[in-house]
Ligand binder design. Structure first.
Ligand code: COA
Length: 182
C-alpha cells in the first residue's frame, strides 16, 4: 500500500477530473438575431459538427429596439433550418445560464468576429461561469467572409436600398425589403 504523507487523511483528493461531467450534446446559441445573418448561420452550422443539437435562443435585450418582432425573428431563423431537426429556436428573457440548464445544455456557443469582440465576450463568459459552472462557453471564430457583418449594419444598408443579398439568407433579404418598402 502506498505510504501516506504525514498529516494526510484517507479522504480522496479533489482533482479537476472530479468536476468533469459528461456532455449532454446540447448547446445554446444566444443573441438578438434582428435579423439572422449568414454569419449566424455559419456559426450554427459549424456548431452542429460539435454538438448534437443547437438551440438558437433569441434573447429579449432591454437595450435594443428590434426591427423585427419576436415572432418574425423566430420565423426567419426557422426558415433557415427547416430541413434540420437538430436546430431548435427558443426565446429567453432571463439569464442565459438558467435557460441553458433548463434545456439540459452543456454549453453556450459564441462567435468571435474581431479582436474588438473579445473584451465583451470574455466578460460575458466569466460572468456566466461565475453564475453557473456547469455550463461552458465555446467560442468559434466567425467565418472570414462574415467578419464585417452585424445585424445593425445589414439593416442600415437595407434601409437605404443597399443590396444585402449574399450577407443574409434570401428570405431575410425579402423580409428586409418589405420592412423598408423597397
Ligand atoms: N456573424 C454576424 N454578426 C454577428 C455574429 C456573426 N457570427 N455574431 C454576432 N454578430 C452581431 C449580431 O448581429 C449583433 O449585431 P447588432 O448589435 O447590430 O444587433 C452583434 O454582433 C452582437 O451580437 P449578439 O451576439 O447577438 O449580442 P447581443 O448583444 O444581441 O446578445 C446576449 C448578447 C443575448 C448573449 C447577452 O445579452 C445575454 O446573455 N443576455 C441575457 C442575460 C444574461 O444572461 N446575461 C449574462 C450575464 S449578466
Amino acid at each position: 500500500m502506498a505510504k501516506q504523507a504525514s498529516g494526510s487523511t484517507n479522504r480522496p483528493k479533489k482533482t479537476f477530473m472530479a468536476e468533469i461531467s459528461s456532455s449532454s450534446g446540447i448547446a445554446i446559441y444566444p443573441g438578438t438575431f434582428d435579423p439572422i445573418t449568414n454569419g449566424h448561420v455559419d456559426i450554427i452550422t459549424r456548431s452542429l459538427r460539435i454538438f448534437e443539437q443547437v438551440i438558437v435562443a433569441i434573447a429579449i435585450n432591454q437595450n435594443k429596439t428590434p426591427l423585427f418582432s419576436l415572432e418574425e425573428r423566430i420565423g426567419l431563423i426557422q426558415q433557415c433550418f427547416a430541413a434540420n431537426n437538430r436546430v431548435k429556436v427558443g426565446t429567453v428573457s432571463g439569464l442565459i445560464v438558467d435557460y441553458a440548464l433548463k434545456q439540459n445544455a452543456c454549453a453556450i456557443v459564441r462567435g468571435l468576429r474581431a479582436v474588438s469582440d473579445f473584451d465583451y465576450e470574455l466578460q460575458l463568459a466569466l460572468m456566466n461561469r461565475k453564475l453557473e459552472r456547469r455550463v461552458e462557453t465555446v467560442f468559434l471564430m466567425t467565418g472570414f467572409r462574415w467578419i464585417y457583418i452585424s445585424s445593425s449594419i445589414i439593416k442600415d444598408a437595407a434601409r437605404y436600398g443597399g443590396d444585402v443579398s449574399g450577407m443574409v439568407p434570401a428570405h431575410v433579404v425579402t423580409a428586409l425589403r418589405q420592412k423598408f418598402n423597397r
